[in-house]
Design a protein around this ligand. Sequence first.
Ligand SMILES: O=C(O)C(=O)C[C@H](O)[C@H](O)CO
Length: 340
Amino acid sequence: MQEILCFGELLLRLSPEAGWPAKGGLSSYIGGAELNVAMALAGWQIPVAMGTALPASPVTDLLKVYLNQGHVTTRTIIEKEGRIGTYYLTPGADLKSAGVVYDRAYSAFSLLTPKDVDFDAYLQGISHLHLTAISPAVSQTAADSCLALVEAASRRAITISLDLNYRSKLWKYGKAPIDIIPAIASHATFIMGNIWAAGQMLGIDPESGADQTMDPDALAIFAKKSAEKLTEAYPTCQQVGYTFRFNAPQSEEAVRYFGCLYQKGVLYQSRQKDYDGIADRAGSGDCFMAGLLYGNAAGLSAQQTVDFATAAATGKFYEKGDHTRQSLETVEKRVALLNA
Ligand SMILES: O=C(O)C(=O)C[C@H](O)[C@H](O)CO
């Protein structure tokens, strides 16, 4: 059985509710962008493994049981000294905002080095590797490990997806994304993000003028131009997924969202809609990525794939926690609503 390997830091999220600490109310969730992709895919019956580093401890044992119950395999979890990375995020806050506090120094993942991984054994049975721009932001050794892993994967003709998610509160070890991400991205067959992240992380600057007042067809022209430039500069990359996520004008809290998928010179886009009453913003982009990978694995057309990914991403707005629990049927119903 061939698996997708999602490689990155598993995180514990602590979520202080309004009134904490006086009133109590500190929920905890299991997160990490790559874990969120793994849990989504496993829930949609795609064979998937989580690759990370965790200290040997009874807590790690419980986390492995949790992953296994979600049908994610854990043989690719490396035991290493260090702690489990943690972060704090109040419910409803955005990971790009001031509301996030990371506590990941000296985590086992941040201490991981390429020497800790026997790449032949590690990549046995893996058909696709997924990673994100968050891991190389954690430490130089984590960045080195990501690069060594994508090099080993591409030598073995394993396809690779990379999510260009930017976390401004990371990148504290003296490097900027543009110093590190291009070398990793040069091995990727599928890149996901948005037109601004492609500029910041890959040097693929968007044409000037795109903003949230534009209609989706106008924004899609910017997305297509960016994807064309990206695939020219990074010729290994065959597919590009972009999202447009803005604040909706009618309320401070609602989100205006649509997704795009570029394949073989053609840009496919979902319908744009506004989403109100959001329960949790974390993990929506991971659901979009997981939806794109699901579409590829399940043989969906490009249009069906971007619709599925958009439905999964926007469905995540209504779930608390980092990873989705939406079933295939739930996402398919959302696709029908999106296109109704
Ligand atoms: O912000 C991070 O580094 C995380 O991985 C935590 C979240 O689970 C993730 O970002 C959600 O996309």
